[in-house]
Design a protein around this ligand. Structure first.
Ligand code: ZN
Length: 277
């Protein structure tokens, strides 16, 4: 057991998968390294072995994510759920049912996720657009799906985590405003520093000390995928507490910045309370 941090330590984007990955052992690793709070993000439907043909078919993925969260909470960790539809689903779904139906199914999946937020089971939506090159009609459909997520978020008063192309996503603040949602409620997962959205930076990101000094609001994430078939993918479940410890010990971030990363920004963005148990 490492010495505890003076504040909560929050991973803004992590997956835990007891079927295809290390599951609760990964959550325990996070905890042993000093982690206290995590935003657990739904994995794509194919991780659950489902091929949705209607929005309700995402129910299995969401229910399983809910039950994983319940198990992780038993370890003493605080878990906030981010439910939604992975933007890369459009490519797989369109290959089977065509682009127009894929769009409807994905919007329906977001509607279903919204129901869990209304019930207080989840705190934010996950959406975005493909991070890889796609034909213009697929990009247009993806932007309409993202627009739908932004409208739902405004109705629910919740945040949206987006997974999108590398780079700033400079057009997304205007999309959010058009939906009636403030851009401060839109989090860019795997962010690059120039984004106008709320950046969720990978824990090892070199911009973290400079962001801290500049007074910017941002969060840290592992993007741990918990897939045994891809053990080296991104970084491990301990990465947020580990890099936080390293930055703190090296004097690269102050306790005030620590608080801003792990408490203030996620509390304000997601409207949740983050404090030590
Ligand atoms: Zn992820």
């Amino acid at each position: 057991m490492t010495k505890p941090f003076p504040v909560p330590v929050t991973d803004d984007h992590i997956h835990i998968d007891p079927v295809n990955g290390r599951g609760f052992e990964a959550a325990k690793d996070f905890q042993r390294a000093g982690g206290t709070h995590l935003f657990l993000v739904t994995k794509p439907s194919w991780s659950f072995g489902i091929i949705p043909v209607k929005g309700e078919d995402f129910a299995l993925a969401f229910e399983k994510t809910l039950s994983i969260a319940r198990e992780i909470r038993k370890l003493g960790l605080v878990v906030f759920l981010v439910l939604g539809v992975h933007p890369a689903e459009i490519t797989r779904l369109a290959a089977g049912i065509g682009l127009a139906r894929a769009e409807e199914v994905m919007k329906g999946g977001l509607d279903l996720a919204a129901g869990f937020i209304t019930q207080g089971e989840a705190v934010a939506l996950k959406s975005g657009r493909p991070h890889y090159e796609v034909p213009p009609e697929v990009l247009a459909a993806s932007n309409r799906i993202l627009g739908h997520a932004l409208v739902l978020a405004r109705e629910l008063g919740c945040a949206v985590q987006i997974h999108a192309e590398g780079g700033p996503c400079a057009d997304v603040p205007a999309m959010a405003r058009e939906a009636g949602l403030g851009p401060e409620k839109v989090v860019k997962h795997f962010a690059t520093p120039e984004t106008p959205l709320v950046p969720s930076l990978i824990a090892r990101h070199e911009a973290i000390p400079a962001f801290g000094r500049a007074g910017r609001g941002f969060m840290m994430e592992s993007d741990y995928m918990d897939e045994n078939s891809r053990p080296g993918a991104v970084i491990g479940p301990r990465s947020v507490p580990r890099f936080t410890r390293r930055l703190l010990d090296a004097g690269e971030i102050t306790e005030e910045v620590l608080h801003r990363i792990h408490v203030d920004t996620p509390s304000r963005t997601y409207g949740v309370e983050i404090r030590l148990p």
